[in-house]
Each structure stands twice: as structure tokens, then as C-alpha cells.
Ligand binder design. Structure first.
Ligand SMILES: [Zn+2]
Length: 288
């Protein structure tokens, strides 16, 4: 999981830029007129999004029902017309709105902030556009994501604080600076790991439940397991080198822990280093 800064893009400008990408025929002009008419109501909802994202209350927004593209969202503007602002006029539209999309997509240095493991391939709507069309182009609702996190989340509707995944722009630092993912070593060939959530006991029940849901919703057990395999060779070499110099299991334990301490909280490498350091057999050079 990676914490991101809020996009430094004025939301009103994004709305204006999308409107400039609309066709100049009569249909396009009607669409612009309708959107301009509801602009102030839309901005009120966008401001409410900031407030509710900060207090983890995004579940209080009323979700649109499935399908029925023509249902009204604000006055005469339909669900489909809001969604199109994103699909047609931001993603495929003119240079300025597409730049906004590109800036958001690139804002995580290529790594998906939802899992912290896979490469960013897309932009995810935190509140899915199919159910919350009013936020289809709202930049604070747009998060860079990998394919599996994006698809895994689908068009879920959040019904409580606990069901909301961590939001890379809004979630508090303690989620990113504290270890809450742990692992046990499984003595398989090759070695593998069972990852699990172990939140600090002094966290609120909501926070504890929220990260458990985040872990399950993005299938982090599978992601971490696949990611872990790439680090095994280097860790085994470290263990061999300590034992080869005449060190014992305590020396291996200390070496692995100091290696882990230099990695980011909850990163796969840190989690498996702690797990291996706590396993006496591993530190004694078995399973190498
Ligand atoms: Zn991801």
C-alpha cells in the first residue's frame, strides 16, 4: 500500500476541460448547456466527497441502481451522460483532460497504491462510476491502479466505514507507517508463506476491520505469495553467508531483522524477512 499526495489539479478545471472536448454540433451544445446548468449542484457533491472521504463516510452517498443508463443523476443529466464525461471526454478526449488522466495514472511512480506490488495499468474510480456517476471525473475519486486491483474491486458499493478500502489520498498515515501484515513460513518445496492481517491492538475496531477487508478485497494473500518467491534466493544467500562465516541461528536472526528494518512497513520483503527471522529451523540453515 502506498500513500499518495492529492492530485494538484483544480477539479473545476477538469470539468471545464472535459466540456471543451465535447463536439461542437447541436447535440454537443445541448450536452454542454445541461452540464453547465447542474455545475453548482455537482460542485456541492464534490466538496461533500472531500469531507466524507476525510471521515471515512463515503458510504453515505446514495448509489445509483445497476444498469438503467438513462436514470437522472442531477436534474436532466443522466447517469450515462456523467459516465461519458470520463470514458469519452477524459480518457479519449482532447489533450487537456487526457493529460489529467495521465498525471493521475503516473502519480504513483508505476506501482499500484492499492496493493503496493503490481504495475499501474489504469485509473480506478474509488467510488465506481457505474454506481456513483457524479464522481466519474472527480480527480480525488480517481486513483492509479493495477489491473487486478481495479477488476477485483469492480463496482462494489460500500455499506459501512469498515467496507471502504484504504484511500491512497485520504487514509491516515498510520495505515502506511505501521506493520499490520504478517506471515508464517510454510515448510513446502520451495518455501512459501501464509500472509495474514495482524493489526495493532490499540487501533479502533473500525480500522482493524477495514484493513482486513482491504487485504481480502484485493486478494493480497495471493499477490504477496507470488511476489515473495522472487526474494527467496537472495535471502537464502544471506543466511548461507552468515552460517558460512561461523555464525549461528542468533546471528542469522539478527541479520534478517536488520535487513527487514530497512524495508517499508508491510512490504513483501519486510514481512517475509521477519517471518523467516522468527523461524528457528530457517535460522539454523534448514530448508536452504
Ligand atoms: Zn494493485
Amino acid at each position: 500500500m502506498i500513500k499518495l499526495s492529492l492530485p494538484k489539479i483544480k477539479c473545476k478545471d477538469v470539468f471545464a476541460a472535459c466540456l471543451t472536448s465535447l463536439p461542437e454540433d447541436n447535440e454537443g451544445k445541448d450536452y454542454i448547456k445541461k452540464l453547465n446548468k447542474i455545475k453548482s449542484k455537482m460542485l456541492v457533491e464534490w466538496r461533500l466527497f472531500d469531507h466524507r472521504a476525510g471521515t471515512v463516510d463515503l458510504h453515505l452517498f446514495q448509489a445509483s441502481s445497476h444498469g438503467n443508463k438513462s436514470q437522472s443523476v442531477i436534474d436532466e443529466v443522466s447517469k450515462d451522460e456523467f459516465v461519458k464525461l470520463y470514458t469519452e471526454y477524459m480518457v479519449k478526449g482532447g489533450a487537456v483532460p487526457r493529460d489529467v488522466y495521465n498525471v493521475i495514472r503516473a502519480s504513483s511512480n508505476g506501482l499500484c497504491p492499492l496493493c503496493g506490488i503490481s504495475i499501474v495499468t489504469t485509473v480506478d474510480h474509488y467510488l465506481p462510476k457505474a454506481r456513483y456517476p457524479i464522481f466519474s471525473i472527480y480527480t480525488k475519486n480517481l486513483v492509479p491502479a493495477c489491473d487486478t486491483c481495479n477488476k477485483g474491486k469492480g463496482s462494489s458499493v460500500y455499506k459501512s466505514k469498515e467496507s471502504q478500502p484504504l484511500h491512497p489520498y485520504f487514509s491516515s498515515n498510520h495505515f502506511y507507517r505501521t506493520d499490520w501484515i504478517k506471515a508464517n513460513v510454510l515448510k513446502t518445496t520451495p518455501l512459501s508463506f501464509l500472509f495474514y492481517v495482524d493489526p495493532p491492538k490499540n487501533w479502533s475496531a473500525t480500522d482493524q476491520e477495514r484493513i482486513k477487508n482491504h487485504f481480502n478485497d484485493f486478494n493480497l494473500q495471493a499477490k504477496y505469495s507470488i511476489n515473495a518467491s522472487q526474494f527467496l534466493t537472495i535471502i537464502k544467500q544471506n543466511i548461507k553467508s552468515v552460517l558460512g562465516r561461523g555464525g549461528d541461528d542468533k546471528d542469522v536472526n539478527e541479520t534478517l531483522i536488520s535487513f527487514a528494518d530497512s524495508e517499508k512497513p508491510n512490504s513483501t520483503l519486510r514481512v517475509i524477512l521477519y517471518a523467516m527471522a522468527n523461524d528457528k529451523d530457517i535460522c539454523n540453515g534448514l530448508y536452504l
